[in-house]
Design a protein around this ligand. Structure first.
Ligand code: FAD
Length: 331
């Protein structure tokens, strides 16, 4: 369905991905799960020594359609070799997917329904849509014959900048995901990053610690999104279940995206949004009682890549806005 060879994804050959990825994921040893018998004072106080990260696990995410666990049909791709950019995926096929997402699942037009949770849900999807369009405009095929790629400010203006709400929703989605990453800071800084190369593992871990402890960021934006304000009204349990089901449907719908590279980035980013939703809405706020935060390796990959995509989109909007306005106004 795509008109460009650039739409196809290059998969990593088997020798390129780390040995550890080929092994089944490690599970908690059964010793960790044995109940403590005897008096209450005999139980271990886990607040002193417990870690947020307890090994990668296969934990169901109520927000996503999870068929992503390791299986023989999975392949590995190097995302840096498969940039998110213009692919030529246009027309009724891509339109049908977006229409289906908005009409069937976002329930944008439910009469009388203006719950803040539904508005958040809509803004997240619209913000992601803006971000995808921004990446298309930032790396557009300007001349197919010469294989010339570059920014297309007019397209950016016509599809995103002209609509302030789409720009606002892009910022909203960025801040939402940023909040999820900072909320999961302990977990993310303790997680094992296994690249197959010990130096790269260390580098990845220290980059992650830098990201989640970025003082400048915390000072500039202490609470990017306040999740505590949501799920307060009546029937919130039903509402949450409904919205979860809708989001799972969107996640499943990604399999229908007819362009391979768009499907790769679409699935990855929807999984990233699902992970942010899980961190903000499906785990106890202090992560210490009830259901502690547990993420799958793919969820962390998706979350961090999504944050990267969104922050680059925000940067592109800043960089191209003056140029786009000049071009469109003919000055
Ligand atoms: P579309 O972007 O298809 O939008 C359809 C309609 O949705 C618009 O007419 C408008 O009414 C509404 N709309 C648009 N933006 C917003 C917004 N931010 N908020 C709310 N409503 C909005 N193409 C690529 O070239 N590269 C990719 O990597 C890529 N990835 C994709 C991933 C997914 C999951 C999908 C579904 C499509 C992807 N596409 C990609 C296709 C791309 O998103 C567009 O569909 C395509 O470029 C055609 O654009 P369009 O102008 O018809 O409007």
């Amino acid at each position: 369905m795509c008109s460009l060879r650039d739409c196809s994804v290059c998969e990593c050959p088997a020798h390129e991905f780390p040995e550890s990825f080929k092994r089944p994921n490690s599970q908690l040893s059964s010793d960790n799960l044995i109940c403590q018998e005897g008096k209450p004072q005999a139980t271990v106080d886990r607040t002193l020594d417990s870690k947020a990260f307890m090994g990668w696990m296969e934990i169901d995410n109520p927000w996503t359609y999870d068929d992503e666990t390791d299986n023989s049909e999975m392949t590995y791709v190097n995302l840096q070799l498969n940039p998110e950019r213009y692919t030529g995926y246009i027309g009724p096929s891509s339109r049908r997917i977006w229409d289906s997402i908005y009409k069937e699942h976002c329930l944008k037009d439910v009469p009388g329904d203006s719950s803040p949770e539904r508005r958040v849900f809509y803004k997240l999807i619209s913000g992601l849509h803006s971000s995808i369009t921004v990446h298309i405009a930032a790396e557009y095929l300007l001349d197919e014959g010469k294989d010339l790629w570059g920014p297309n400010p007019v397209l950016l203006y016509e599809r995103v900048l002209k609509y302030p709400e789409r720009v606002r929703n892009l910022y909203f989605t960025f801040l939402f995901v940023l909040r999820a990453v900072t909320k999961a800071a302990d977990y993310l800084s303790q997680a094992e990053y296994s690249t197959g190369n010990p130096l790269e593992d260390q580098h990845t871990q220290s980059l992650m610690i830098q990201l989640v402890n970025n003082r400048q960021l915390h000072a500039a934006c202490p609470i990017p999104f306040d999740e505590a304000k949501l799920w307060k009204g009546q029937n919130v349990h039903d509402l949450k279940r409904q919205i979860q089901l809708q989001f799972r449907n969107i996640s499943a719908l990604m399999d229908c995206v007819g362009c391979e590279k768009c499907r790769l980035w679409g699935k990855l980013q929807i999984l990233g949004v699902g992970t942010a939703l899980k961190i903000l809405f499906s785990v106890d706020s202090d992560n210490s009682v009830g259901q502690p935060l547990q993420l799958q390796r793919n969820e962390v990959i998706a979350l961090i890549n999504l944050l990267n995509r969104l922050s680059e989109s925000v940067q592109t909007v800043h960089a191209l806005l003056p140029i786009a306005e000049k071009v469109v106004k003919g000055t």
